[in-house]
Ligand binder design. Structure first.
Ligand code: GDP
Length: 634
């Protein structure tokens, strides 16, 4: 096996815009005192402030902060907003519209930027390459249900526990380390791509390598496909464990060819993915798998600086009755020491006790080590970052500010990419690739939408389909979209109320269509920065079909309960079966008892027919919708 190769650091291009600020300030100086504001200029105490023509701001900017940035007083800003009917005070946070109003009034070009978080627990400066040392890889196991993820994790753990204390009582803490040929590997003990992507959605990048387990007697299944897409979206190298090789019906070649069909090409076939045959149950192939992990890790040249304050991510956290808040921290850089003051998410603490999985107490933990830590003042969340500080006072100040900010942020919604944002950002030249997830009623249409979208190329912007399958939009899709700043395109599928809510909470945009050219047209317009939705759909209500009556001459009548909103006579309807649109048409008749009804409200029963469609089934959802003209906003 290859030894650690040279410690070369990849050279990132320097930003090269160091003198931009200087040019700007020169420009500003030239403009000073020009045009209006003469009054201010005459005041001896306050020299005229230079006029500002452009301003950058981020979410949550307050009246006072904006005023300062644009060289106005807070009362100037308050006045402008007041004239537009908006009452604010110096400390009020401003939304985008309000910033626009103020900037328009002063002829300033506003640009929204992602906040550069103060008190970030992430590494702000890369370590000097000379301080870096190899660190163990961190591995997540993914794959379809029942393909053997848990068994594999258990087998690895029991055969290779790093501390070598076989038979020691291990307590699952969310991650563990094993030693192979003197090298360590860290495994995250929550298998599955959902946990992986949930972490990523929170901004945590923990995994270095994904092992995708595929049962050799079952082959590639839906969650295998998801795992592939989730690992690829995160740009994490994949190793395939072809598991259950002890079974007589095991067919590893089939696994290889199916994985190859999904873009995971085996090394033997000229690709770059290593396939290892295992039996998690019998313990065969495990060494091979572990050695492969080390080989892949070697290529990645994973490094960290052990001689600095620790920084990393929360893997798990809980409130323990006797011990108080307990968190498993994965040290990603630096070394965590007993007694270190730490900020974890927005919790404050001091490492009072630090243990490994087997309960063995540690005084320090280096890069890639998972440790259970006691001594926090509150329970953080999995995916939160942590950082150790030299000084307790500093840690406390950071934790306080983070807590305050968290409360503020909870009030505001962050959002992933919406089509309108996209349109604006492309216009501004800020985007080169648009990530999308496609969910469709059948695989054929998913493929068709995918290839239609991939052909679009406008102004150097390309669509990148990160996941596309048949099936209803799921929570895992929302998480993937959130983590990858993608939008979801639903083709002939309808998200249920729960999914809609989740998407809204995560700020993930879902666009629903049933005609391919509409999908491409909309995207193309957005990419050209010309998105002008003229009509938007409004959902009037939903009803559930509870009974079916076949009536001669009339056809199939659905006995419904309106569960949300209302049904309106002759409105447009979609018939949804298990999240998939099976028919899109018009309501034929709408009756309350024997009488025609103009509308039937939520909580009432009714009988319906759908024009030209008779295949109604109990359990189907009838979604009534209409279209509404969108007033153009400037
Ligand atoms: P998970 O859902 O992916 O975590 O799968 P599990 O680890 O729970 O395994 C599902 C079932 O497959 C269990 O009954 C395991 O005993 C069995 N299993 C796992 N690995 C193997 C294997 O290598 N060979 C055989 N024959 N069975 C296995």
């Amino acid at each position: 096996m290859a030894q650690n190769s040279r410690g070369s650091q990849s050279h990132r291009p320097s930003r090269g815009n160091n003198n931009r600020g200087r040019n700007n300030s020169r420009k500003r100086r030239n403009n000073a005192g020009s045009r209006n504001d003469q009054k201010t200029a005459q005041q001896p105490r306050k020299p005229a402030l230079p006029e500002v023509h452009a301003v950058t701001y981020s979410d949550g900017i307050t009246v006072g902060e904006l005023a300062k940035k644009i060289n106005k007083t807070a009362s100037d800003v308050i006045k402008v907003l007041f004239m537009e009917g908006k009452m604010v005070t110096i400390n009020s946070p401003l939304d985008d519209d309000m910033v626009d109003i103020v900037c328009l009034a002063y002829d300033i070009e506003p640009t929204k930027v992602q906040p550069r978080e103060e008190d970030s627990l992430e590494d702000e400066e890369p370590d000097d390459p000379s301080t870096l040392q190899p660190r163990p890889p961190i591995v997540t196991i993914m794959g379809h249900v029942d393909h053997g993820k848990t068994t594999l994790l258990d087998t690895i753990r029991s055969t290779k526990v790093a501390s070598g204390e076989a038979g020691g009582i291990t307590q699952a803490i969310g991650a563990y380390q094993v030693a192979v040929n003197g090298h360590k590997i860290t495994f995250l003990d929550t298998p599955g791509h959902e946990a992986f992507t949930a972490m990523r959605a929170r901004g945590a990048k923990v995994t270095d390598i994904a092992v995708i387990v595929v049962a050799a007697d079952d082959g590639v299944m839906p969650q295998t496909e998801e795992a592939i897409d989730h690992a690829k979206a995160a740009n994490v190298p994949i190793i395939v464990a072809v598991n259950k090789m002890d079974k007589p019906e095991a067919n590893p070649d089939r696994v290889m060819s199916e994985m190859a069909d999904h873009g995971v090409m085996p090394e033997e076939w000229g690709g770059d993915t290593i396939f290892v045959r295992t039996s998690a149950k019998k313990g065969t192939g495990i060494n091979d798998l572990l050695e492969t992990i080390l080989t892949v890790a070697d290529v990645q040249e994973l490094k960290a600086n052990p001689n600095r304050l620790a920084q990393g991510t929360v893997i798990e956290a809980k409130l323990d009755k006797g011990r108080g808040p307990v968190a498993t921290l994965l040290v990603q850089n630096g070394t965590l020491h007993y007694g270190d003051p730490v900020v974890v998410g927005s919790c404050l603490g001091k490492v009072r006790r630090m243990t490994e999985e087997d309960g063995h107490e540690l005084k320090k933990a280096g890069p890639s080590s998972p440790v259970e830590v006691i001594g926090l003042n509150d329970v953080p969340e999995a995916g939160d970052m942590f950082r150790a500080y030299e000084d307790e006072k500093e840690a406390r100040a950071v934790a306080d500010r983070r807590k305050r900010r968290k409360i503020e942020q909870a009030r505001r919604k962050t959002s992933a990419m919406s089509l309108e944002d996209l349109s604006k950002e492309i216009e501004a030249g800020e985007i080169k690739e648009v990530p999308v997830i496609i969910k469709a009623d059948v695989q054929g249409s998913a493929e068709a939408v995918k290839s239609a979208l991939e052909k679009l190329y406008v102004k150097g912007v390309k669509i990148n389909v990160i996941h596309s399958t048949a099936g209803a939009i799921s929570e895992s899709d929302i998480m993937l979209a959130d983590a990858s700043k993608a939008m979801i395109i639903g083709f002939n599928v309808r998200p249920d109320a729960n999914i809609r809510k989740k998407a809204e909470e995560a700020g993930v945009e879902i666009r629903l269509h049933n005609i391919i050219y509409k999908v491409t047209e909309e995207m193309e317009n957005a990419m050209k920065g010309m998105l002008e939705p003229v009509y938007t759909e409004v959902i009037l209500g939903q009803a559930e079909i509870r009974q079916i009556y076949k009536i001669s001459k009339v056809g199939t009548v659905g006995g419904c309960m309106v569960t949300d909103g209302k049904l309106v006579s002759h409105c447009k309807v979609r018939l949804i079966r298990e999240g998939i649109v099976v028919y899109d048409g018009v309501l034929g008749s709408l009756k309350r008892f024997k009488d025609d009804a103009r509308e039937v409200l939520s909580g009432f029963e009714c009988g319906i027919t759908i024009e030209n469609y008779n295949d109604l089934k109990v359990g189907d959802i009838v979604e009534a919708y209409g279209e509404q003209e969108v007033k153009e906003e400037s």
